[in-house]
Ligand binder design. Structure first.
Ligand SMILES: *[C@@H]1O[C@H](CO)[C@@H](O)[C@H](O)[C@H]1NC(C)=O
Ligand SMILES: *[C@@H]1O[C@H](CO)[C@@H](O)[C@H](O)[C@H]1NC(C)=O
Length: 338
């Protein structure tokens, strides 16, 4: 059973391989629904996910499409299989409808500097993480700003509601990438439960989602899975693989970002606050009530108070904490930090 399913695992980039609808898969897994599922998600509001990047990757003269996320003014996080042996990548930021001739905030940058995790192999699925260095520092705006990565300790996120987004296939019936950014919410399942479908290929550095709700499909690879912590979206996964067809109930597989923060730091130099979570931190910051609080010692970090316990977070590189917004913001909007 597991070996049959394993052979069906496909990386979810678009344009490089054929997406086989003719794979034989257990009929019990073939449940199609017409409900809103990024396989049948809903259109994002323009600007809702300002870190979202669309990637067109050229490798040996052929193009493929992926998603990615802006994590600083200079770096895009994506899946290793998206940029593996790439010649160049065109990164589009600030986009919503890629078919529109122009969009007011949309910019396009061509990069030839990629880093893939040293343990990644195109033959297997683990360590599917890569970074793209942008040729210039992008100017941040309401439509182009980095997503937060954070050390959330040993949380497995089981049963947490998360959001995935991308310009990938809308459904198995419509085998064409979406022109507008689409989102879907879904639920994290335990790795043990994920192994029921995928077997031993599921390792601790992956995170899976149930397919009873939204899911990802070809073209969504490399895009972010985000999780809302007290009003801040934190990226916890990178779209990596799924079953074919996308609308099967077999779980989707993601790279667990938490497992790779030190690798990201080693390449980008961006440091992430390490706050053990959950744990009690005392005498660091006094939490009178819950919510995000400025760190009196440092503009680029903030405390999130939850049940009286403070957790330290870094703002995405280039941003500082804005007390009014209770969130990270551009430096010029926060007088005391500019
Ligand atoms: C995207 O833009 C194209 C070109 O302007 C337009 O034809 C299409 O309807 C738009 N898509 C959506 C979903 O708005
Ligand atoms: C997740 O939800 C399922 C179904 O509601 C429940 O049985 C399980 O105990 C929950 N697991 C965790 C870790 O919360």
């Amino acid at each position: 059973m597991n070996t049959i399913l394993l052979s069906l695992a496909i990386n979810l980039f678009y344009g490089y391989t054929c997406f086989g609808l003719d794979n034989s898969i257990p009929s019990s897994a073939l449940i199609y629904t017409k409900d809103t599922r990024i396989v049948s998600g809903t259109e994002a509001t323009p600007g809702e996910f300002p870190w979202m990047a669309h990637l067109t990757i050229v490798r040996k003269g052929r193009e493929r499409e992926c998603g990615g996320s802006l994590i600083s003014q200079n770096w895009i996080l994506t899946a290793a299989h998206c940029v593996d042996r790439a010649d160049s990548v065109t990164v589009v930021l600030g986009a919503h409808n890629l078919s529109a001739v122009s969009e007011p905030y949309r910019i396009s940058l061509k990069s030839t500097e990629f880093h893939i995790h040293p343990k990644y192999s195109s033959e297997t699925f683990p360590d599917d993480i890569g970074l793209i260095k942008l040729p210039v520092s992008v100017t941040l705006s309401a439509r182009i700003r980095p997503v937060i990565l954070a050390d959330l300790g040993n949380r497995d996120h089981v049963n947490n509601t998360v959001v995935v987004s991308g310009w990938g296939y809308y459904s198995d019936a419509i085998q064409w990438t979406s022109d507008v950014l689409v989102k879907a919410s879904t639920i994290v399942i335990s790795n043990e439960k994920c192994q029921d479908s995928w077997g031993s290929m599921i390792v601790s550095t992956m995170i899976c989602t149930s397919r009873t709700r939204g899911g990802v499909c070809n073209g969504d690879s490399g895009g972010p899975m985000i999780y809302l912590v007290d009003g801040s979206w934190i990226q916890i996964g990178i779209t990596s693989f799924g079953a074919s067809p996308c609308e099967s109930v077999i779980p989707n597989g993601f790279t667990r970002v938490q497992s790779y923060l030190s690798w990201i730091t080693s390449i980008t130099g961006i440091s992430y606050a390490t706050t053990p979570w959950p744990t009690t931190q005392t005498n660091v910051f006094s939490c009178q009530n819950d919510g995000n609080k400025a760190n009196p010692a440092d503009c680029t970090t903030f405390y999130m108070c939850s049940n009286g316990t403070p957790y330290l977070f870094n703002c995405p590189s280039g941003l500082v904490f804005n007390l009014q917004l209770q969130n990270c913001d551009y430096r010029q909007n926060v007088l005391q930090c500019s």
